[in-house]
Design a protein around this ligand. Structure first.
Ligand SMILES: [Ca+2]
Ligand SMILES: [Ca+2]
Length: 272
């Protein structure tokens, strides 16, 4: 049903300022009741009579932005026998974050790559007010860094559908030639979008731990570390170093790793 433009302007003015504590009828084109201004909720209706349906609600199908966030310590070591290792980055494309890993590994990790995907708002089919979840779309793969050597391909470690990597367990090994990474386990979580105005993507459900990559070297003293991004953040970049494995320098391994988190920004329907 269309409305003359003049009526739209009147309705917009009537809806400005505070929402009335009780519904007030606005005059329609024929002088009869047209719209009862109430607080906007996410329900597919223009409740506050400002001509925009569900303004302030999450934008269904919209891309969630990823801004700056927290950073972990650098785990492991950046030298072997006093010689500097090679720096690497695994950086997901803009607007995407890590959803899993692919690697070659035995006791330590020889090469490491990542899968990235874009977090996207999706309205659930049922329920009013509407509820929203986060989907993982536009998946891509970052090539593996490191030196293949004798590393064996290990099964891909990917989060369940719609989940993102939010933390890790990392095991480091201390050796007289240097420190190294002895194992990596990704921790995944689903997100849902909460709230109307001021919508935010927050973790929901229980975290899921994937399989450990790198079994560890039994003769090396090992320390376990846990890292988790702050709420509303996920991991979108890994910076590290690879070089000769301190335990047996004929092999090359990923010896250091630092994780960067990005903050999720939910797109909302604009006000008029
Ligand atoms: Ca509205
Ligand atoms: Ca509404």
């Amino acid at each position: 049903m269309s409305r003359p433009f003049s009526a739209v302007v009147l309705l917009t003015l009537a809806a400005c300022g505070d929402v009335p504590s009780s519904p007030v009828p606005d005059a329609g084109p024929d002088g009869g009741p047209q719209c009862m201004a109430q607080a906007e909720i996410c329900n597919g209706v223009d409740d506050d009579c400002d001509t925009v349906v569900d303004d302030g609600c999450p934008a269904d199908g919209g891309s969630i932005s990823i801004g700056g966030g927290g950073t972990s310590s650098e785990y492991g070591g950046t030298t072997t026998n006093g010689m500097a290792n090679t720096r690497f980055e695994l950086t997901c494309p803009a607007g995407t974050a890590i959803v899993g890993f692919h690697a070659r590994a035995v006791e330590a990790i020889n090469t490491l790559g990542a899968y990235c995907a874009a977090p996207t708002v999706h309205r659930r089919a049922a329920g009013v007010p509407y509820q929203y979840e986060v989907l993982a779309t536009d998946s891509s793969s970052l090539p593996e860094v490191g030196v293949e050597g004798s590393g064996a391909a290990v099964p891909d470690q990917r989060c369940p559908e719609g989940q993102f990597v939010v933390g890790v367990h990392i095991w480091t090994g201390s050796h007289e030639r240097g420190d190294t990474i002895q194992g990596l386990t990704a921790i995944c979580s689903p997100y849902e979008v909460t709230g109307g105005a001021g919508a935010a993507a927050s973790r929901s459900g229980s975290p899921v731990e994937l399989e450990r990559i790198g079994t560890g070297n039994a003769a090396t003293a090992t320390t376990a570390h846990d890292f988790s991004c702050p709420e509303q953040q996920l991991i979108n970049r890994i910076v590290g170093h690879y070089g000769p494995w301190p335990v047996y320098p004929d092999y090359f391994t990923v010896n250091a790793m630092k994780l960067d988190c990005g903050t999720l920004g939910v797109p909302v329907v604009s006000a008029p």
